[in-house]
Design a binder for this molecule. Structure first.
Ligand SMILES: [Cu+2]
Length: 787
């Protein structure tokens, strides 16, 4: 009788909430992000930082719309943060001390995405806008030192540092790539200098610079003092090289993929080694936006990187159009379902080649890989048809009134994640069994990132030039959490002794897995145990820049009380494998991860990382008869790749989800008919409602792509010739200036004076939150010149 009493709360609500909140395969509401989550990163165990483009969000800060926020993992509440420059389509990366940095963006904009009110010389871009109060972000370097609830978030040290007069790139970059290097510095590659769908004119007679609108160069942060040099691959891939997929290889070279080309690049010598082209001419960079990730680096694969690409688009070259818009109706063109892997530097010295892998369950553009602590990869978000980006016309649709999905260039949002398991045999690697389907379209400018509890935060979506809450695919503030299959286990490993730092080589350390963390044979649990470090990366545009999973070597000792001591190696003594900086450590037992524990890899500083010999581990010690003490019904392995569970309540909920999917599928046919009709009706607009999205619709047909050449409006765009002019005010901060910026310690302002700012002043040039006193660099007028 006593044993039944604890079950009562399950039936009565309290504990059932706990179960519902973590039902494997389900989506749950995760609050309002206040700004649309174009970009996110996990700052620490508590906070996820969110960035949007400068646009007319209702949430205000300091007298202007907000485009930054911080979301709390515990409360699932967001708080707005002030950001000075327009972050629109910047890149981002971690720093060795756990800070994050973003690079570049767009010029200042005002309402409707129009040029800001204070134009730069030449008039093609703007330095500032009076309404949104955003500054030119094209050269910006913004740094944030993540804070926790124990910090004072009103302190400037918890806020974005964003002041191009103090810290900026040498050149303008929009949609640049960023990748961390072994010394913790960051290489920044390519980008546009101004807006557009893709960065080429058509015909493409100037692939190097497009008359000044494309940037084929690379530079470093911190700067190496050299003028940015040209990366020829950016010229080779001209037009389809935004956010080039870039991965650091074990020998320090960079694997770079853009357009349909691939290269291994020794960036120090600026020497390229061509790799094979992408099979099927499938484009994986923006705006095709295939899902891309590095597969886990493990002792079993000798820490040899393999890159996977899934989805994207094989639209013919001309269909991609130019800065103005695509030349075809992209939303009618099915995305790719194909997957390819490549091992750029095979250990046996053989020639690298792309290998076709299992197809995804559906076609997908803007799908995004989230590497799970178990080594499986989840693909989320995206659309069946079309591409990223937005436009008010295409080469085949001359007026906005005729655009069937508003400004969206994609259709058919995919609401069901799919799980890829690289350890399964070919033909069995994809599964979405038991996965729910979100009702929220996650299209262009959506994002997703792994949370410290191994769930996945999904947010954003805004295929619109400015906030639009009434179009079919509206600006989205609703966040969701998706619970991967291992959430079927209500008992998770609870390891003790997770370290705060890891070194490259050196002495091993021990982690204790209590007997309460698992059920069954201790020897079996010990055999299954893995220790991984996971970096979730900077998510934007269907990518997680810097995302990486590395499994540490370990042995074990099984103890008589059923606990297991894991003897764990430090990171292999090669910082190229896992660059210095923040990560979460997870311990997996029987395919079920623990919560992640935050740590810093390396010495926390930019510079050559200390390395020692690889850790030497003691031999494993087994003990027959020892066993775990967790309820065996709660520790079932998710290794079967489904979300099957021993709990009837989970099963019931999953069946419910399947019923819901069937209901949605039933509604789809009708909706496709509606959409087809809508394309023929000028000015038709469907107001969003929770049931009107074709979340799993079949791929649409290709509608007459042949006639795209020579259509109106597809001609040469006048290239931007404006030059960035630093905002005119001096730096009063002792902590930050162009020559003494310290990146080796968490940012602290030089004094602790209250940082209250004048009401209504916003983050204007009149006030530097990092200065000891309000600034007034132009005392004659009382206001500084704008440029
Ligand atoms: Cu974008």
């Amino acid at each position: 009788m006593l044993s039944t009493l604890p079950l009562l709360p399950v039936l009565l609500g309290y504990a059932s909430y706990q179960v519902n909140a973590a039902t494997a395969g389900s989506f749950v509401n995760a609050g309002n992000t206040l700004v649309s989550a174009m970009m996110m990163f996990v700052g620490n165990s508590e906070k996820v930082y969110i960035l949007d483009k400068a646009e007319g969000n209702a949430a205000q800060i300091n007298g202007h719309p907000a485009w930054g926020a911080v979301w709390d993992f515990g409360t699932q509440q967001a708080t707005v943060m002030d950001v000075r420059t327009n972050v629109f389509c910047s890149s981002g990366m971690h720093l060795p001390n756990g800070s994050y940095v973003t690079f570049g963006g767009n010029g200042a904009v005002g309402q409707g995405g129009n040029l800001g009110s204070q134009l730069n010389p030449g008039g093609y871009s703007a330095a500032w806008d009076a309404t949104y109060q955003d500054f030119d972000g094209t050269k910006a370097i913004r740094i944030l030192n993540p804070c926790t609830n124990s910090d004072d978030f009103t302190s400037s040290k918890c806020q974005w540092f964003d002041d191009p007069t103090v810290l900026s790139m040498q050149t303008m970059r929009w949609y640049s790539a960023a990748e961390a290097l072994a010394d913790g510095s960051i290489i920044i590659i390519g980008g546009f200098t101004n807006g557009g769908y893709i960065n080429r004119n058509y015909p493409n007679v100037d692939p190097a610079t497009e008359g000044g609108a494309a940037n084929p160069t690379y530079e470093y942060f911190p700067s190496n003092g050299q003028t940015p040099a040209t990366f020829n691959f950016m010229i080779q891939t001209s037009g389809l090289n935004a956010y080039a997929h870039t991965f650091l290889m074990p020998d320090g070279k960079l694997f770079v993929q853009a357009n349909v080309s691939t290269v291994l690049w020794d960036h120090k010598a600026n020497q390229e080694t061509p790799l094979p082209p992408m099979p099927g001419n499938i484009v994986r960079v923006y705006p095709a936006s295939g899902a891309t990730a590095m597969l886990p680096l493990t002792p079993a694969n000798n820490y040899t990187p393999t890159i996977i690409f899934c989805g994207g688009s094989d639209m013919p070259d001309y269909a991609w159009g130019n800065y103005t818009f695509p030349f075809i109706n992209t939303w009618d063109y099915p995305a790719s379902s194909k997957c390819h892997t490549i091992t750029p530097e095979p250990v046996d010295g053989s020639a690298p080649s792309y290998v076709e892998d299992d197809d995804m369950p559906e076609t997908r553009s803007m799908g995004q890989f989230i590497t799970l602590p178990t080594g499986q990869l989840l693909v989320v978000n995206g659309a069946l048809n079309g591409t990223a980006g937005y436009s008010q016309a295409t080469g085949q649709t001359p007026t906005f009134a005729q655009m069937p999905f508003g400004e969206s260039l994609s259709s058919g949002p995919v609401g069901t994640p799919a799980l890829y398991d690289p350890t399964k045999p070919a033909g069995q690697r994809w599964s979405n069994t038991g996965f729910g389907t979100s009702k929220i379209p996650r299209l262009y400018h959506s994002s997703a990132v792994l949370l410290p509890d191994a769930s996945v935060l999904i947010a954003g979506s805004n295929p619109n030039v400015d906030v639009n809450l009434t179009t079919i695919f509206p600006t989205t503030y609703q966040a969701e959490i998706f619970y991967p299959p291992y959430f079927s286990a209500t008992t998770r490993p609870q390891p003790v002794g997770m370290p705060n730092t890891l070194s490259y080589g050196g002495n091993p350390f021990d982690i204790l897995i209590p007997a309460t963390s698992y059920s069954g044979s201790a020897n079996d649990a010990a055999d299954s145990a893995t220790v991984v470090i996971h970096r979730s990366g900077f998510t934007t545009h269907a990518m997680n820049m810097g995302q990486r999973l590395l499994q540490l070597n370990n042995t074990y000792t099984v103890n008589s009380n059923g606990s297991i001591t894991l003897h764990v190696a430090q990171v292999p003594p090669n910082p190229n494998l896992f660059t210095p900086g923040p990560a979460f450590m997870f311990v997996n037992v029987h395919g079920i991860p623990s919560n992640g524990s935050y740590l810093i890899v390396g010495n926390g500083q930019i510079g050559a990382q200390p390395t020692s010999a690889a850790s030497v581990l003691p031999p494993s010690v087994r003990l027959a008869g020892a066993s775990g003490s967790a309820d065996p019904s709660n520790t079932s392995s998710s290794g079967s790749n489904g979300s099957t569970t021993g709990s009837t309540s989970h099963t019931g909920l999953i069946i419910g989800a399947i019923v819901a999917v069937v209901a949605i599928l039933g509604a789809i046919g009708a909706f496709i008919g509606i959409c087809t009709a809508r394309r023929r009706r000028a000015a038709a607009r469907i107001s969003p409602s929770s049931s009107s999205y074709p979340m799993t619709s079949a791929a649409g047909g290709l509608a007459g792509a042949g006639g795209a050449l020579g259509m109106r409006g597809a001609g040469v765009r006048s290239s931007d010739s404006s030059a960035f002019v630093p905002l005119q005010h001096s730096n009063h901060s002792q902590a930050w200036n162009a020559s003494t910026t310290s990146l080796n310690t968490p940012y602290k302002d030089h004094d602790d004076a209250p940082m209250g700012r004048p009401s209504g002043m916003g983050m204007s040039m009149d006030y530097d939150p990092y200065a000891s006193s309000p600034m007034n660099p132009n005392p004659d007028s009382g206001r500084p010149p704008r440029y």
